[in-house]
Every structure is written in structure tokens, then in C-alpha cells.
Write a protein that binds this ligand. Structure first.
Ligand SMILES: [Fe+2]
Ligand SMILES: [Fe+2]
Length: 189
């Protein structure tokens, strides 16, 4: 435990004069101020990987939406389409944040699936598609959880954005697990 007088030496808040002086330095960096302590290179790399993951998920869900056929295909296809659109929303949020941090979002198709954490698997039938989507969501959940931990207090804006995205991925995984459960019930009947 630090003694009370040690706390005084290191004030928790930056004094106003320093704050004002620092804000005037490097104004071309926009939202990225001197107090931004996260390693920007790593941050931009991670966010571009997350962007690639979302784009791959958009592509995979859209493929599954158009290819869904058979029993119950309509309701499952509707779920695929909704997920595809939500992943697109995530991609847009992440790209906007990359720009805000002074980086460039990588939309290049070259190396897209290598940058992505989740895989693009076409799937053989409806059940297989749902399974592959669930696997991809579980990958996204794990990698977002890691990123949330990485950003911690260093960049709380990015952390909060990722926490929101993570919550949606958990909902997606839950939806897919329900669909698998339903189809197992149907198959057993
Ligand atoms: Fe997503
Ligand atoms: Fe998702």
C-alpha cells in the first residue's frame, strides 16, 4: 500500500495547464492525444484483423442466405441475412474507428481470409451451414474477448465498441445454437 504522501507526488489527474498545452501539440492527430497510451501499430493491426473477420462473416452469411434450402430454410435464411447485415454494421464501426485513430481500414481482398480470424466455409447443407456459422461466432467471441482485455483502460472507447460487438456475437451464437437444437428436435421426430 502506498503511503498517503506518495500519492500526493503522483496526482491522479493531469493539471489543467499541462492538459491545455498537450492538446495544442500535434493537433493533426485529431482524437489521438498525448494521453493515448495504447501501442497504435498493434491497435491498428488488431482492428484490421477484426475488420477482416467481420467482412468474411458478411460474405459467409450472405452465401448461406442465398444457398439455404430445404425444410425450415426460410426462417433460417432470414436469420442468416440478419446476421450478415449486423456483421456489416460491425465492419463499418471498426473501419470508422480505425480512421479516427489515424489509420487506414484494409478492405483489400488480397489476404482477406488470412487476416480474418474466422473462416469462410461454404457448408454442404443447412445444418452444416449453421454449424460453420456457430464455429465462426465462437472464434469471434474469443478474439473479441482477448481484444477487450488488451484495450482495457488504455483505449476505453475502442474497448466499449468491442464489448458491444462481442455482446452481439454472443447473441448470434445463441441464435445458431437454438437453430441447431430445433433442427435436432425436428430430425428426431
Ligand atoms: Fe460481427
Ligand atoms: Fe456474429
Amino acid at each position: 500500500m502506498p503511503k498517503p504522501d506518495e500519492n500526493k507526488k503522483q496526482p491522479f489527474l493531469t493539471d489543467v495547464k499541462t492538459l491545455r498545452a498537450r492538446a495544442r501539440q500535434h493537433i493533426e492527430r485529431g482524437a489521438v492525444t498525448e494521453g493515448y497510451t495504447a501501442d497504435r501499430e498493434t491497435v491498428l493491426k488488431l482492428l484490421n484483423e477484426a475488420l477482416a473477420t467481420e467482412i468474411i462473416c458478411v460474405l459467409r452469411y450472405r452465401r448461406h442466405y442465398f444457398m439455404a434450402s430445404g425444410l425450415e430454410a426460410q426462417s433460417v435464411a432470414a436469420e442468416f441475412l440478419q446476421h450478415a447485415n449486423e456483421e456489416q454494421g460491425h465492419a463499418d464501426q471498426i473501419a470508422a474507428r480505425i480512421v479516427q485513430l489515424g489509420g487506414e481500414p484494409n478492405f483489400s481482398p488480397d489476404g482477406l481470409s488470412a487476416r480474418s480470424h474466422a473462416e469462410y466455409v461454404e457448408g454442404t447443407d443447412l445444418i452444416d451451414m449453421i454449424k460453420e456459422d456457430l464455429v465462426a461466432e465462437r472464434i469471434a467471441i474469443e478474439s473479441y474477448r482477448d481484444m477487450v482485455r488488451f484495450f482495457g483502460e488504455k483505449d476505453s472507447t475502442t474497448r466499449r465498441m468491442l464489448e458491444e460487438i462481442l455482446a452481439t456475437e454472443e447473441e448470434h451464437a445463441d441464435d445458431l445454437a437454438d437453430l441447431l437444437g430445433d433442427s435436432a428436435g425436428t430430425a428426431a421426430n
